[in-house]
Design a protein around this ligand. Structure first.
Ligand SMILES: Cc1cc2nc3c(=O)[nH]c(=O)nc-3n(C[C@H](O)[C@H](O)[C@H](O)COP(=O)(O)OP(=O)(O)OC[C@H]3O[C@@H](n4cnc5c(N)ncnc54)[C@H](O)[C@@H]3O)c2cc1C
Ligand code: FES
Length: 355
């Protein structure tokens, strides 16, 4: 076990295994990050004392020069000794601090073959969070997993869309064995892909499958606060039968005249053109020529999130204006720590990106 002392954070965090970023997020330290796979550079920090082992990363995320200057990527760095690190003033102290809470299942509803809508009621006061953030849910003795809130902040009822993964330990349990009234331990909120209070020229919110959850929360919050800019919600799924929560989308579009919903199907039935075909990043590339003044949020399968970021950057978006939550598998992360999600994702694009 090693200890990581983060400048401006009062208590050291302890790491048994895994990266500095994993441990920081588990302890609720408001550190910056995006891809969690060594490709965006958002989690860069400087090691002041101590030694870390560094997994593979893209050179664009961290140059050799920066490395020799002591900079590391927290999502790739595993401490070998106790370390002291400095985020150079980039800790996000305005996010609500993580709490540990107890909740009970209030609603459990299957929305389609894969997606379950879960509503949890938190004991006591509402758990504060920002629209777009996620929580770590623990069901009994199963390992905790990250799931994003779909509801508006400030409510004691937390809504989640959970996709049943084939062979998934936790999502399988949620889909098949969880019942109304069951207890759930919640820790959160976490994540920095939350709705900013700035006033951009446009908001592009991109969801792949269950990634609709945080994008819905963002769209609900933007609608409630009457953010005065166009809001484009792209929702990518494989086929029409994989769509869910149409009621919430229709209701919001009615409430918010500046909002448009773009459903994109990656496996369109020939002759059926009620919705657009392809992937969300392709739809965005055909809809926009300049994203430089826009804020871009995306959540869902890592290859989709990577493709959206790549497309947004190619259309002039600023790196600082792109916020992503790739729904990485913790099991896969532990087994394949050195393989980049974006590199993997781009290699797969167009062939087997699964929404
Ligand atoms: C920040 C964040 C937010 C998330 N929010 C949501 C959410 O709102 N809704 C939701 O459904 N999920 C979300 N996830 C994913 C979720 O945390 C779990 O990874 C997922 O439910 C699978 O857990 P499991 O225990 O069922 O599968 P495991 O038992 O961990 O894995 C079973 C098998 O499925 C594979 N696998 C697991 N997850 C994935 C994946 N995402 N893509 C490809 N293969 C995978 C594993 O490699 C393994 O082979 C989020 C993840 C993160 C990091
Ligand atoms: S490089 Fe670490 S979060 Fe992207």
């Amino acid at each position: 076990m090693t200890a990581v002392h983060i400048k401006d954070w009062p208590t050291p965090i302890e790491i048994r295994r895994g990266t500095i970023l994993d441990a920081a997020l588990k302890d609720g330290v408001p550190v910056p990050y995006q891809c969690r796979s060594g490709e965006c550079g958002s989690c860069k920090c400087r090691v002041i004392t101590g030694r870390v082992e560094h997994d593979a990363h893209l050179p664009e995320a961290l140059s050799e020069h920066e490395k020799s200057d002591g900079w590391v990527l927290a999502c790739r760095a595993r401490p070998k000794t106790d370390v002291e690190i400095d985020y150079d003033g980039k800790l996000e102290f305005d996010t609500p601090p993580a709490q540990q809470r107890r909740a009970r299942v209030q609603q459990h509803e299957r929305l389609n073959a894969e997606i379950v809508r879960l509503v949890l009621t938190v004991e006591g006061a509402a758990m504060p969070f920002f629209a777009g953030q996620f929580a770590r849910l623990r069901f009994g003795n199963l390992p905790p997993r990250s799931y994003s809130m779909a509801n508006l902040p400030g409510d004691r009822h937390l809504e989640f869309f959970i996709r049943e993964m084939p062979g998934g330990a936790v999502s399988g349990h949620v889909a098949r064995h969880l019942s109304v009234g069951d207890p759930v331990d919640i820790e959160g909120p976490f994540g920095n892909a939350y709705l900013r209070k700035s006033n951009p020229a446009a908001i592009i919110a991109v969801a792949g499958g269950s990634g609709l959850a945080p994008m819905l929360s963002i769209a609900r919050e933007a609608t409630l606060n009457q953010i005065p800019c166009p809001l484009h919600l792209y929702f990518g799924v494989r086929s029409e039968s994989d769509l869910f929560a149409p009621g919430a989308l229709v209701q919001m579009s009615r409430q918010n005249p500046r909002m448009s919903v773009h459903v994109v199907l990656s496996e369109q039935t020939p002759g059926q053109n009620r919705f657009r075909g392809g992937f969300p990043h392709e739809a965005i590339a055909s809809d926009f020529t300049d994203l430089s003044p826009a804020l871009i949020y995306s959540a869902g399968p890592p290859p989709m999130v990577a493709a959206v970021a790549e497309t947004a950057l190619a259309l002039g978006a600023q790196t600082d204006n792109i916020y992503s939550d790739p729904f990485t598998s913790e099991e896969a992360e532990e087994l394949r720590p050195s393989v980049g999600v974006i590199a993997r994702g781009l290699g797969l694009l167009g062939r087997s990106m699964r929404l």
